[in-house]
Write a protein that binds this ligand. Structure first.
Ligand code: CA
Ligand code: CA
Length: 248
């Protein structure tokens, strides 16, 4: 009985070896007869310039999405530390850079990855671009200085409100005084008081730097609205409008 079992095992092993040998010979014959089988019949052609892709430089991310909802994929390229590009698909194998028509953010942003998705669930695709931020205080001051890169004063106010518990008031006032840009000092003081976020001492430090001239609260909007002597600002954005915006 025991010998019979050993014989069975031996027979099965021989059968396995025979099978393996058979398939090895079959594969060898197959590849000798058809040497190109297994290599995909796909080739590539350099069409970057012809397609209208012109930017050369570092980028940490590129993402396909249908920006205009025409069913053709468009391409967002973050272009690290330089202005991004949004290549609109012309549906003929070429693309058009439309970034200046649709975007006015910080052209020196430390951009990384990006992704398209319908974040607000309204049926069209939206884009999220991840940006490295050194610290929140500098970022807010950058926004107050160059509001055109972040959508205007209201957007900066919104960002401040969302991160108000993370903002170090002494540090942001220190930064503002060191930066020494009159419009920034005025807008920061107004922002702190509007949200009742600033300690009186910090606002006093800012007010001591004020000069007689006036600045616009939002440099992107027309020069209109009442003058606020306390911060030497012309209020071309309504404070209540901003408050309702940030609380929505
Ligand atoms: Ca498209
Ligand atoms: Ca959407």
């Amino acid at each position: 009985m025991e010998n019979s079992t050993k014989d069975n095992v031996r027979v099965k092993c021989l059968y396995c070896r025979a099978n393996i040998s058979f398939y090895a010979i079959l594969l060898f014959y197959f590849f000798v007869t058809y040497p190109n089988v297994g290599l995909a019949d796909i080739q590539f052609k350099e069409v970057t310039t012809d397609a209208g892709i012109h930017h050369a430089g570092t980028s940490f991310g590129a993402s396909w999405g249908d920006f205009n909802g025409d069913g053709w994929p468009d391409l967002w390229v973050g272009n690290h530390n330089s202005k991004p590009t949004l290549y609109l698909n012309r549906q003929d194998g070429t693309f058009e850079d439309t970034i200046d028509q649709v975007w006015s953010g910080n052209p020196r942003a430390d951009t990384h990855g990006a992704a398209w998705a319908d974040f607000d669930n309204d049926g069209d695709q939206d884009l999220v671009e991840l940006v490295d931020v050194s610290d929140i205080e500098r970022t807010i001051l950058d926004g107050l200085k160059q509001s055109e890169h972040c959508g205007g004063f209201s957007e900066v106010a919104k960002a401040f409100w969302m991160r108000r518990e993370d903002v170090d008031l002494t540090r942001i006032v220190d930064y503002a005084l060191r930066l020494n840009v009159g419009a920034v000092i005025r807008r920061l003081g107004y922002l702190l008081e509007m949200f009742e976020a600033g300690a009186p001492h910090e606002c006093d430090r800012l007010r001591k730097r004020l000069t007689a001239s006036y600045a616009l609260l939002d440099p992107l909007l027309p020069a209109e609205g009442k003058y606020l002597a306390r911060w030497r600002l012309r209020l071309n954005v309504d404070a209540e409008e901003i408050k309702s915006l940030v609380s929505s």
